[in-house]
Ligand binder design. Structure first.
Ligand SMILES: [Zn+2]
Length: 346
């Protein structure tokens, strides 16, 4: 008879067994004797692929893994009690896929020398503040943590200079945003260390995203609101700041909005002609576009602080607008230059 246990991804256990519907590895509420057998069978079969195992007692890797292995996969396992991977040297690849950790998880003082993947796992909220990788030396090429829920703090981890650390799609509830910030900062530091340019922008963005501004930290609502708005602008402008294309779109939008405002106010050309958008005499779309292009040109000239002087703005509001655009222009131009230079020197 074969075990009928099936995973959420339609993977079957299919292990040979004497009797029953599913094998002892997936069983809940095991008796004392069954728990002893559980460990005994793991060692006897030298299991390296743990599919759908229910670890109801403390799991200690040193106690169980006394046999050789090339890889370890824990898939859809549930660790009801402590999962202890401490003081262990991982020489083979290790993967945790869609597991549930309902109690403490320890990787303390371990060496991870082979590639490590943790994907789609769930951690109990009560351990979110525990540094599960305390004094863990990560010496492998790739250390990947993706799509995990309540991934605990990662400080205390020691990366080698070669390790590519990928941290993606962490899920945190609002109360634990600061853990997200801590973890993405760690990822950002490692990405900078190994010049992983592709990911730095992502981490910078998420570090800011999780940079929580709590109402309680502010005396009055006004200060809180200003802080919140500034944080939002910083995030939008600089979050994916490494993305030149997004920045370019910002510049074009600013120029276009100012061009529209100038069109309402009007300019005087060198020959003394006043050009202004007239609501009453609505021209054809073509006429409108032609006029808009004129003003767009004026806006670009102003934004870039070139100022040819072939058109001059009318009225005091117009002058204020021009000053504002010149100021924005100077600020953005320097940021733009900095971004390009940063890119060139990578
Ligand atoms: Zn089974």
């Amino acid at each position: 008879m074969n075990c009928k246990w099936k995973s959420k991804n339609n993977k079957f256990c299919n292990r040979n067994m004497k009797s029953g519907y599913t094998c002892i590895f997936h069983k809940n509420n095991k008796t004392k004797r069954e728990n002893i057998l559980f460990k005994h069978y793991i060692k006897k079969e030298k299991i390296t692929y743990f599919l759908g195992f229910c670890f109801e007692e403390d799991f200690n890797i040193k106690e169980i893994l006394n046999y050789k292995y090339n890889y370890l996969i824990f898939e859809e396992c549930i660790f009801y009690k402590k999962a202890d991977f401490s003081n262990f040297i991982f020489k083979g690849k290790i993967k945790f896929l869609n597991c549930k950790f309902l109690d403490e998880v320890w990787f303390f003082d371990s060496n991870i020398d082979a590639n490590f993947i943790m994907e789609g796992n769930y951690f109990e909220e009560k351990i979110i503040n525990n540094k599960i990788f305390r004094n863990t030396n990560i010496n492998c090429q790739s250390f990947k943590l993706t799509g995990n829920t309540n991934l605990p703090r990662l400080d205390g981890i020691a990366f080698s200079k070669e390790t590519k650390f990928i941290l993606r799609d962490c899920h945190y509830t609002k109360n634990y945003n600061y853990i997200g910030k801590v973890n993405y900062t760690i990822a950002e530091i490692q990405a900078e260390k190994i010049h992983d340019d592709k990911n730095i922008g992502y981490y910078t963005y998420y570090e800011r995203k999780y940079n929580t501004i709590n109402r309680n930290d502010f005396g009055n609502y006004g200060e809180y609101l200003i802080s919140k708005v500034l944080n939002y602008i910083a995030r939008e402008l600089m979050g994916y700041g490494e993305h030149l294309s997004k920045f370019f779109i910002y510049i074009i939008s600013i120029i276009s909005i100012f061009a529209f405002l100038y069109m309402l106010i009007g300019v005087t050309t060198a020959s003394g002609e006043i050009i202004k958008f007239d609501f009453k005499n609505t021209n054809s779309i073509f006429g409108f576009l032609k006029m808009y292009i004129e003003f767009w040109y004026f806006s670009v000239i102003t934004f870039s602080t070139v100022g040819f002087g072939d058109m001059t703005i009318n009225g005091i509001i117009g002058k204020i607008l021009v000053c504002l655009e010149v100021f924005i222009g100077i600020t953005i131009q320097s940021t733009w230059a900095a971004l390009i230079i940063k890119r060139m020197f990578r």
